[in-house]
Structure formats: C-alpha cells, structure tokens
Ligand binder design. Structure first.
Ligand code: PRP
Ligand code: MG
Length: 207
C-alpha cells in the first residue's frame, strides 16, 4: 500500500507541525534532516514543503492528499478542498491595526493588507466600503509611511505591532493551522488516509 502525500507549509508552522508529529510517534527524522531538500519520505508518508498558498493549490489539484496550512490562506483563497480539522498550533488572530492616535480619514478608510478578500468581507459585513492596498508582507510599514490609514493582518505575539508603534484597533477573529484533504483522495485513498487523520483527531484537536 502506498503512503499518503502530505504538503507542508514552509516557515513558522513547519517547526510546530514537526513537533506535533513527533509527539504522536511519527518518524520525523527525515523532516528534521532535510536541509534545503523540498521533498522527503518518512516511514509513514511522503512530504513536500511549499508556501501556504501553494499547499492549497497542490491539495486542490490532487498532487497532495493532505495539506497543513494556515486558516488565513483558506479564508482568503477559498480553495476547493475538504477542510478536515483544526490543529493545535499556528493560533493567531486577525485584527485591524494602526497608529494609536491616527484620525479617522474624511473619505474612505485605506487599508493595507496581504488579505484583500478577508478585508473586503469583514468591512462589507459592517456595511462599510474601504479602499484596499494589496501588499505581500511587512504591511506594518504602510501606515507608518503613509501608504494606508490602517492594516488588516494576523497578530500572534503582538511584537511586530508593538515594535513598530502600532496598536490593535479592532479584533476580528481567531484562526489556527488546519489539516486539509483533496476531495477525491478522501474517497479513493480512505484506507491509507484514515489512520493518519485519526492520529490527529485527539481530544484537544477536535473542537
Ligand atoms: C506575520 C504577520 C505579522 C506578524 C505577526 O508576518 O504578517 O506581521 O507575523 O506576528 P507577531 O504578532 O508575533 O509579531 P511575517 O513575519 O510572517 O512576515 P510578512 O508579513 O512579511 O509576510
Ligand atoms: Mg508581517
């Protein structure tokens, strides 16, 4: 029987996922020793490492059976995948943030963000229309340099906001890492995926 193919998000969530698997008795040595290699094989599964947004694409296209990805990506991109379950890491929250004493703009509020869809939907629900400036990172710079009035971004420890003199103006909602699955893989590869998924489905995981 062949092993499941798992797409893993590179970066912060990667280390936490490796610890998570280690705690559950999975073979993680090949993940820890991978160096700059992007694909590895463990005793229980094949894994490859990609950016979060690409993890969703690989799972949607059935190249990976399972994916570990931040909920921010799922909410922003809405890929056609099965959102299986939350994982107990990657917890953070979305917030509107800006300079503490900035005045309300006279016209439309200008928001810089990596997440234009999440931002539009959030303000639309409040009956507000905002102008969005799409950035790819370091969005905290935008209000400081006058590109936007405020930002919408994820806040984990709050250190990035604090060290750049910004404050949370509105709390939006909390997110975590998620395990996603390709829809066909779930049907066709049930036998090889289920033991794997069950290992994740611990009491503290299922909410
Ligand atoms: C993320 C996010 C915030 C920061 C939040 O940025 O966009 O800037 O982390 O974490 P904190 O509250 O613990 O400081 P990241 O470092 O991933 O870089 P990027 O925004 O440039 O992509
Ligand atoms: Mg950032």
């Amino acid at each position: 029987m062949t092993k499941p193919i798992v797409a893993l998000t590179k970066g912060r969530v990667e280390k936490q996922f490796i610890h998570f698997l280690d705690d559950r008795g999975f073979d993680v040595a090949p993940l820890l020793d991978k160096g700059r290699k992007l694909q590895v094989e463990t005793e229980q599964f094949f894994a490859f490492f990609a950016k979060g947004i690409d993890v969703a694409t690989y799972v949607e296209h059935g190249i990976a059976d399972l994916g570990i990805v931040g909920e921010d990506i799922l909410l922003e991109v809405q890929p056609d995948v099965f959102d299986l379950l939350p994982l107990p890491f990657g917890q953070c929250r979305f917030a509107v943030a800006g300079e503490p004493d900035s005045n309300k703009p006279l016209g439309k509020q200008k928001i810089a963000t990596k997440y234009p869809n999440i931002t539009t939907n959030y303000f639309r629900k409040q009956g507000k229309s905002v102008d969005i400036v799409k950035l790819e990172g370091s969005v905290e710079l935008a209000p400081l340099l006058g590109l936007a009035d405020d930002i919408v971004d994820i806040v984990e420890t709050g250190n990035t906001l604090k060290e750049n003199g910004l404050v949370v103006k509105e709390e939006m909602f909390s997110i975590s890492a998620r395990c996603i699955a390709n829809r066909n893989s779930l049907k066709l590869k049930k036998a090889i995926l289920y033991p794997f998924i069950e290992a994740f489905r611990l009491e503290e995981v299922v909410k």
